[in-house]
Design a protein around this ligand. Structure first.
Ligand SMILES: *[C@@H]1O[C@H](CO)[C@@H](O)[C@H](O)[C@H]1NC(C)=O
Ligand SMILES: *[C@@H]1O[C@H](CO)[C@@H](O)[C@H](O)[C@H]1NC(C)=O
Ligand SMILES: *[C@@H]1O[C@H](CO)[C@@H](O)[C@H](O)[C@H]1NC(C)=O
Ligand SMILES: *[C@@H]1O[C@H](CO)[C@@H](O)[C@H](O)[C@H]1NC(C)=O
Ligand SMILES: *[C@@H]1O[C@H](CO)[C@@H](O)[C@H](O)[C@H]1NC(C)=O
Ligand SMILES: *[C@@H]1O[C@H](CO)[C@@H](O)[C@H](O)[C@H]1NC(C)=O
Ligand SMILES: *[C@@H]1O[C@H](CO)[C@@H](O)[C@H](O)[C@H]1NC(C)=O
Ligand SMILES: *[C@@H]1O[C@H](CO)[C@@H](O)[C@H](O)[C@H]1NC(C)=O
Ligand SMILES: *[C@@H]1O[C@H](CO)[C@@H](O)[C@H](O)[C@H]1NC(C)=O
Ligand SMILES: *[C@@H]1O[C@H](CO)[C@@H](O)[C@H](O)[C@H]1NC(C)=O
Ligand SMILES: *[C@@H]1O[C@H](CO)[C@@H](O)[C@H](O)[C@H]1NC(C)=O
Ligand SMILES: *[C@@H]1O[C@H](CO)[C@@H](O)[C@H](O)[C@H]1NC(C)=O
Length: 722
């Protein structure tokens, strides 16, 4: 089934309405109706017996006369004595009842009555593997003979006399069984006494011998059968097939080839490795139905069954299905041993909104985690060293040791110290919960207040992110970057220790009523400038792209100094390369559309995200909003088009407007617009942005006319805004 509009809608909804997350199963709307077994308009049953095509009951409903079933007599084609019980499409078997052969003797050792049925099975064979030739009686001999002549095909003897019979035992005393020969299709069943019943002691008993073919396991010998078995019928398993050639041969004439769409052909052998009886068809993997019908086999909608193993999105394909992760997450999307086929890229500190996403999408995973954690907790004391190694401690030690650039070496904390600092990670100490971690406030023994980030899971990709963050932050030292004090790798999940930044994030100050009043334009300008400085520093000195710049990741101190945090998904760009192809990470709304499309990461991707932060600072609007009709680019598009239509005033935050729409605000808006250009090439780089903002800041302070040196805006262009 084709992926429908619902796919993107579903994922979009998940992101926009984080509290209404549900498992999205994409599948066909077609009801899981009964799969057709016979040709359209043909009866598919004889009483209780399902008759699948190529078999059929009336003219036009069977492939050829060889597969005609007479519903009254339950005979197939011109078989004789065979009474149909059922037909199996899947393995090419067909069950039915066959009569027995017997001889009964009188006192004079002469035959009193007998039955010696001539069985013809048309083109079908008695399955060698599923049936047994059976002889029952005292000194009984059963022979399978050719129908016409006296040719002997197979047989068996129940040799011993009738004095030591055991119920359930068919090993030669009163009862014996042997396998069926290959290619048995037409035969007589002949049963007789070897000794003309000479050994029979009591003439009113045990004076018959019986021979029959029976499905393995269906007949259990009873001593009482010696008198009572006469005229019984027994189930046998026949093999059926199509044509008289191998698959290869049959495929040469497609107009007579019986295997239709989405099926595979199997050779049926009369005798292993010797001769072909014909061929049969099976549905290819991922398909079901009747491979002989003109439509062939139908796709199985795996997504319907609940057996698909996708965590979030299951989309059916022809013959298979795909799991995928919601936008902004990556992984194979399957439940697996890691129970985390999608990992989260929302790495917000103190972000209740996105915590909602994690809780909603991963409620069961979190439960799993809790159980896992509980078990893990018991082992922890014993295995700190193991954790240290598993958590990348050795890699980290090595990297930190080798890194000469490292401006401050991260300290390795003891687990006990951090437990004490956070009152054993008590929940009252939680200051934030993000996509992959919980952040606790803690006080070290030297009275330093720290933020301790603890991973929710021990998923390996996240361990990598932790280590990545440690390595990167130890490369970076800047007043506007959150300082990493060290880490602890002895616990089941690694812990990162940061300087404590007490005043929440820009996001809180922009969007939560309690904080909004504090955000004057000047403050916004300062925050933007500081953030730009941090990013410019990171880009120019370390070749690191942050990849997840957003207002939730910019923390504020009490005096409103901005500190960029969350380097979990940052990546180094090798010095000799200007871009890097990676899995797309980031947060919807802030993510560079060019990077999103191409997967090519450049430092201009951070410029775009930073541009969105500027837009958010100016407009006070969230990048996602329920009351704004979303275009693909959301706030970015809305902002740019408002600007182009001269509606700057309408979209400005009230708090910003209050100071009057001056040249500084227009300039700020223009800079934001430059940063969110769709083409990365057209965006300024972070160093240029930083310079612009610095000049703007100074100019604002002096409240003087803007400097003419400004590169990104011609004063004429300002006309655009009104
Ligand atoms: C599945 O097969 C049908 C018919 O062959 C085709 O129309 C359809 O596009 C296929 N769907 C996919 C997802 O390949
Ligand atoms: C069909 O099967 C049911 C139960 O399996 C049985 O009671 C009924 O007699 C059967 N009908 C026919 C026509 O064989
Ligand atoms: C019916 O049996 C005859 C011989 O007994 C055979 O030649 C013929 O092919 C058979 N027909 C079918 C449809 O099996
Ligand atoms: C089924 O067999 C009976 C008895 O041999 C016969 O009368 C009847 O016509 C057959 N039905 C069909 C559909 O061939
Ligand atoms: C066995 O022999 C006795 C005596 O001749 C006869 O009455 C009886 O019918 C025979 N049993 C069978 C099953 O034919
Ligand atoms: C075998 O089983 C039948 C029926 O359950 C019983 O009547 C008979 O006595 C048993 N024979 C022996 C030798 O146990
Ligand atoms: C199988 O038996 C048929 C007759 O029933 C015969 O024509 C054919 O040659 C046999 N095939 C093999 C491989 O023995
Ligand atoms: C034969 O069997 C009958 C019935 O069980 C019994 O009455 C009779 O004595 C037996 N005869 C001999 C010779 O064992
Ligand atoms: C033997 O086969 C018959 C007919 O299909 C079935 O009703 C019966 O349950 C089978 N018995 C055993 C022991 O498998
Ligand atoms: C077995 O079948 C034959 C022939 O159809 C019949 O004469 C005989 O009475 C039957 N025997 C029993 C025990 O039903
Ligand atoms: C292919 O099969 C069709 C239908 O059975 C038949 O009419 C035709 O002669 C066959 N062609 C060849 C080349 O065997
Ligand atoms: C049939 O051939 C295959 C290899 O061609 C061999 O592995 C297998 O044992 C053979 N089977 C028999 C029953 O000869």
């Amino acid at each position: 089934m084709a992926k429908s509009e619902g796919t993107t809608m579903g994922m979009r909804l998940k992101l926009l309405l984080p509290f209404t997350i549900m498992i999205v199963v994409l599948s066909s709307t077609k009801a899981a109706s009964e799969v057709a077994v016979s040709l359209p308009g043909c009866p598919n049953k004889c009483g209780n017996i399902t008759i699948p095509y190529p078999f059929g009951t009336i003219k036009g409903c069977y492939l050829s006369k060889e597969y005609r079933v007479n519903c009254t007599t339950l005979r197939v084609a011109n078989t004789s004595f065979f009474n149909l019980l059922d037909i199996s499409l899947i393995d090419g078997y067909m069950r039915g009842l066959l009569p027995m052969g017997f001889h009964c003797y009188n006192k004079a050792h002469k035959i009193a009555s007998k039955l010696e049925p001539k069985i013809r099975l048309s083109r079908f064979q008695v399955s060698t593997t599923q049936n047994l030739v059976t002889a029952v009686g005292c000194d009984a001999r059963t022979s399978i003979k050719t129908v016409t002549g006296e040719g002997y095909i197979a047989g068996c003897l129940a040799m011993t006399g009738c004095d030591r019979l055991t119920n359930g035992s068919c090993l030669g005393m009163g009862c014996s069984q042997v396998p069926i020969p290959y290619n048995l299709s037409s035969f007589r069943i002949h049963s007789q006494s070897n000794t003309e019943a000479q050994n029979v002691g009591n003439w009113s008993h045990n004076n018959c011998t019986y021979g029959f073919v029976v499905e393995k396991g269906n007949y259990t010998f009873l001593t009482t059968d010696l008198d009572n078995l006469q005229n019984r019928t027994f189930p046998v398993v026949l093999e059926w097939s199509i044509g008289h050639t191998s698959c290869e041969e049959a495929q040469k004439n497609m107009s007579s080839y019986a295997c239709k769409k989405n099926s595979v052909c199997l050779d049926t052998m009369t005798e292993p490795n010797r001769s072909y009886q014909g061929y049969r068809c099976e549905c290819a993997q991922g398909y079901q139905g009747n491979p002989y019908l003109p439509n062939g086999c139908q796709d199985i909608d795996e997504c319907q069954g609940g057996q698909h193993g996708c965590i979030y999105v299951c989309s059916n394909t022809n013959g298979s299905y795909n799991c995928s992760c919601p936008l902004g997450q990556h992984g194979d999307g399957r439940k697996g041993k890691g129970w985390n086929g999608c990992s989260y890229n929302f790495q917000a500190v103190g972000n209740s909104v996105y915590w909602g996403v994690s809780m909603g999408t991963a409620a069961s995973l979190v439960l799993t985690f809790i159980i896992y954690w509980g078990l893990k907790q018991r082992q922890i004391m014993k295995s700190r060293e193991i954790f240290f190694k598993k958590n990348g401690g050795l890699i980290l030690q090595k990297v930190l040791f080798e890194s000469k650039k490292s401006s401050h070496i991260a300290k390795i904390f003891a687990a006990r110290d951090l437990e004490n600092a956070t009152n054993k990670f008590h929940k009252t100490n939680i200051v934030g919960q993000g996509g992959y971690g919980t952040v606790y406030k803690g006080t070290l023994t030297d009275k330093t207040t720290v933020a301790i980030k603890k991973a929710k899971s021990i998923d390996e990709s996240q361990i990598e992110q932790f280590i990545n963050e440690v390595i990167i932050l130890s490369e970076v030292s800047h007043p506007n970057v959150v300082k990493l004090l060290g880490c602890c790798l002895e616990t089941q999940t690694p812990l990162l220790v940061y300087e404590f930044v007490p005043n929440k994030t820009i996001f809180h100050h922009l969007h939560e009523q309690d904080y909004i009043s504090s955000m004057t334009f000047e403050r916004r300008l300062n925050i933007a400038t500081q953030t730009a400085e941090a990013l410019a520093h990171i880009h120019s000195t370390t070749q690191i792209v942050h990849r997840d710049i957003k207002t939730l990741n910019i923390l504020l101190t009490d005096d409103y100094t901005a500190k960029v945090s969350d380097f979990g998904i940052s990546r180094f760009i090798p010095v000799d390369e200007t871009h890097l192809q990676t899995l797309v990470h980031g947060t919807l709304g802030y993510i560079d559309p060019e990077y999103f499309r191409s997967g090519i990461l450049t430092e201009k991707s951070d410029v775009y995200s930073f541009g969105m932060v500027l837009v958010e600072l100016l407009t006070g609007r969230k990048v996602f909003s329920h009351d704004r009709t979303e275009s693909d680019l959301g706030l970015a598009m809305y902002f740019t088009s408002s600007l182009e239509r001269g509606h700057l005033l309408q979209i400005l935050d009230d708090k910003v407007k209050k100071d009057g729409v001056n040249e500084h605000i227009r300039y700020f808006a223009r800079l934001a617009k430059d940063c969110v250009e769709l083409e990365g090439k057209k965006r300024p780089n972070m160093v240029e942005v930083k310079e612009e903002l610095r000049e703007l800041q100074q100019s604002y302070l002096k409240s003087s006319i803007m400097s003419k040196k400004i590169k990104f805006v011609e004063l004429d262009d300002l006309l655009l805004f009104d």
